[in-house]
Design a binder for this molecule. Structure first.
Ligand SMILES: Nc1nc2c(c(=O)[nH]1)N[C@H]1C(S)=C(S)[C@@H](COP(=O)(O)O)O[C@H]1N2
Ligand SMILES: [Mo]
Length: 252
């Protein structure tokens, strides 16, 4: 996470801003400073360090967004006629460098706060109930595109592996070194899927073979491709772009 630290000497200097933020959030009916204190575990009014208060403020946006996120509200869906072809490719490298994952040798690793840590082959993932969606992927760089993805609903998969229902996050590690994570409400959103198919066939190499996260409620960079490992955790999982300063929640 990138935090630009203003030249402040004590928490007292921050207090007017915190009070002002509290007032604005309170007027919107969103959050009180007391609720924020409970959510962050930091006592922002007395005692704690300025660093801790600044960290809490940078996470604050995520908390407020999560607060406003409606786990039952569905993102817009489209028809086959709306599908964008060719579909744009994006990664932190060029298309030719997208990893060539061996599907036969692939095992999805599962770890963290789950009761069943068995790893999964592509075949086993395909044997689970599959769901399709035609939705829009929106990249923070300023483009969007409609595509069709199918795969396993992440919420159903979490049930299947016995994920701790009170855990806060699901994290992902990818075959290209990319990583990210999502909050549990988003993980359990009905449109959040572990996609195996794209446009009716197996995910092409550059679009995340053999499995990617697909959720229309989050910006493109949260939709991890080439997922090699999934873990359930209470520790903030960060992310490749998130740790460079992109807002972690980045969704609706
Ligand atoms: N493993 C991995 N997943 C990734 C990325 C990446 O570089 N590596 N880029 C993200 C970004 S910024 C976007 S916009 C989408 C692009 O998905 P697409 O190539 O299917 O359009 O993938 C996301 N998932
Ligand atoms: Mo993106």
């Amino acid at each position: 996470m990138s935090l630009i630290r203003p030249p402040r000497s004590s928490l007292d200097d921050l207090k007017p801003e915190l009070v002002d933020l509290e007032r604005r959030l309170f007027l919107r009916g969103s959050l009180s400073l007391g609720a924020l204190t409970m959510l962050t575990g930091c006592n922002l009014v007395e005692g704690n360090s300025v660093d801790k208060a600044l960290l809490a403020m940078s996470r604050w946006n995520d908390k407020v967004q999560a607060w406003l996120f409606d786990p039952n509200k569905l993102a817009q869906t489209y028809t086959r006629a709306d599908i964008t072809t060719p579909f744009p490719f994006n990664a932190y490298y060029g298309k030719s460098r997208a990893p060539a994952v061996d599907g036969a040798a692939y095992r999805l690793e599962v770890s963290g706060l789950v009761s069943d840590r068995k790893s999964w082959t592509v075949e086993e993932l395909r044997a689970l109930p599959q769901e399709s969606q035609i939705t829009r992927l929106i990249c923070v760089e300023g483009w969007s595109a409609v595509g069709e993805w199918s795969g396993v609903r992440l919420g159903a998969f979490l049930d299947r592996i016995g994920a701790d229902s009170r855990a806060r996050y699901v994290g992902f590690k990818c075959a290209d070194g990319y990583y990210s994570g999502i909050d549990m409400a988003t993980a359990r959103h009905p449109q959040t899927i572990l996609a195996l198919d794209f446009g009716g066939g197996a995910l092409p190499r550059e679009y995340g073979y053999p499995m990617r996260l697909r959720m229309p409620t989050k910006l493109g960079f949260k939709n991890a491709k080439h997922i090699a490992a999934l873990f359930v955790t209470n520790d903030y999982p960060g992310g490749y772009w998130e740790d460079k300063g992109y807002n972690w929640f980045s969704g609706s």
